[in-house]
Design a protein around this ligand. Sequence first.
Ligand code: C5P
Length: 409
Amino acid sequence: MAHSDSHILAGRRILLGISGGIAACKTAELARLLVTASCDVRVVMTPAATQFIAPLTLQAITGWPVSTEIFDPQQEAAMGHIALARWADLIVIAPASADCIAKLYTGQADTLLHTLCLASTAPLALAPAMNTHMWQHPATQANIQGLQQRGVRCWGPADGAQACGDTGPGRLSEPTELYQHIVAHFTHGSLADCHLLLTAGPTREPLDAVRYIGNRSSGRMGYAIAAAAVEQGARVTLISGPTALACPAGVTRYLVQTAQQMYDQVMARIAQADIFVACAAVADYRPETCADHKIKKGSTPYSLTLVPNPDILATVAALPKPPYCLGFAAETDQVLAHAEAKRQAKQIPLLAANQVSATTGIETDENALTLLSDQGRIHLPQQPKQRLARQLIHHLAEQYHAQTAVQNS
Ligand code: C5P
């Protein structure tokens, strides 16, 4: 893996920051992968990080002394902290602890690592790792979201069993995954410097303590689009309904259940998006009320009152300054006519129409799409969703750049 990416990473100057946490021992492997791919790696550790891994280990791997203290005359003589801040092409902090993230958000500079981050204009990526409750705490979430709004990348955390015995999001992403994020960061594809926000999967609309109204969407098409956009250099945020799929490498994912939650997550982030892709199969209606107990079986007909959900795509498209919008239309009959009517009704520039059948569309491995825009129709024939997603991203990038060029002229 490292060999084939060497041409992308060779000579890149990566400042690897390590803050205090049990996951710090995994960072040595990331450093090794980067050095193997001919990156120039310098390591800066917070004093707390040195409790978890010896600076000498990182020094042996990278071939450079590891910096830990702000006022160390020896280190300043080797490369002053301002010079190091200017030197970096990319700063990656792995693991980024809750404390490290909080200090970055408020701009504190009481460690060498935080001073460097303040003094550097290099892109900054964080790989959070902490106890799952610390990660989910509103304070940490507010800090990380605030940093993301400033353009800081957030890679992970992964979900799973933790050293402290808890289970949930908070594990450091695997070194190989972080390495792939770094490769994607330097891969200048057709969507380099774009932030793509995407919805995928189904929604679930609860009607009592145990039941919900849902649909058969697997999320596969949306997840394939998210992965294809990362390949083309986009920063991708995925708002996903419940699926069995793992979050694609390089994608920041927020999981939701209901259409209203999906709407809220999208609207909280849409101002930062250049492109919005609405791939989710959003429930059009939800039960007006949700019983807090299990509704009992009876012998008489039972009726539910359903109320409409907000239309996320239509709302985004109607914003004063909307991002470039791609919508989907899954139809069973008169596909193109219905799809074009939907494109006009929602006022979106690009719409991907697909015929739902036994082998294409929902819950299938393959799909075929027809792209509708003011420029005409493009048919993408039936094929695996991963290949189709790459073709779709190719056309999306072309049309997005064409529209941006017109707006700037
Ligand atoms: O109107 P219809 O639901 O068929 O439109 C489908 C398109 O609109 C898809 O792109 C879907 O993701 C999006 N949509 C949405 N919010 C809804 C319903 C649909 O974003 N409430």
